[in-house]
Ligand binder design. Sequence first.
Ligand code: URA
Length: 286
Amino acid sequence: MTAAAPDPLSELNALLAFYAEAGVDDALTDEPVNRLTQVARQADAPPKTSGASSQPREPRRSLQPAAAQPAPSPQRATIAAVPDEQQAAMARQLAAGATSLEELRERMASFDGCNLKSTAKNLVFADGNPQADIMCVGEAPGRDEDMEGRPFVGRSGQLLDRMLAAIGLDRDTVYIANVIPWRPPGNRAPTPHETEICRPFIERQIELVGPKVLVHLGGASAKTLLNTTEGILRLRGNWRTYSAASGATIPAMPTLHPAYLLRTPAHKRLAWRDFLEVKMKLRSLA
Ligand code: URA
């Protein structure tokens, strides 16, 4: 007796289940693209002999803050081939030259040096009140945030709203942003390179908002902005000092990420204590 022919529908269901399990939740193109081969091809390609690209390579840009410098031109065509350090330098220059939040948003929207932008649907810049005394910084947008272009609007955002409400705050009295403004595909963790490329933008955003208190939502935000390798369970609940490039310092409270609290509800009481600390600090600074 011959084995029954595979049922295409069950095979398709099994494949979709496998994709879901692996964290795939976006279809980007019909055909897979091997970007590693593209990078290798670009690296191997002989220099072009005509047109703008035959010009000598631009020297590395100054890393100094560039208050009055014009925005450098975007580099979409060369994203994959340009070394990350050069993109990070470009991000530093763009961020330093932004004199308002609106200008910073525009400069980030025109920046093509972070590969996450090519898979994200939207730039997730910020939500809330830029005049707020308190600024919360998360890690990176998820699916819901990417769709809406606003941070913390999904399940963890709803929990964040409840935590803020518990200390009498809401999005009219808080400003919210992320270290990474583009959603990493499949919600994977941002790589260290992606974080370094995006870091100047969040640092400038903090400078331009100038909050009285910073709240780091989760280890990634705390580690990146407080320059520490300590884990969030050790960091949380203890005041740290965030030092801006301008020399300004801001009291910073690392706490547990709402997504972690959804998975580990027993730790909500720890986050509750951290938010009470924040409330007391705001009162003492009023
Ligand atoms: N998690 C984050 O860190 N940021 C968001 O905006 C949403 C979820």
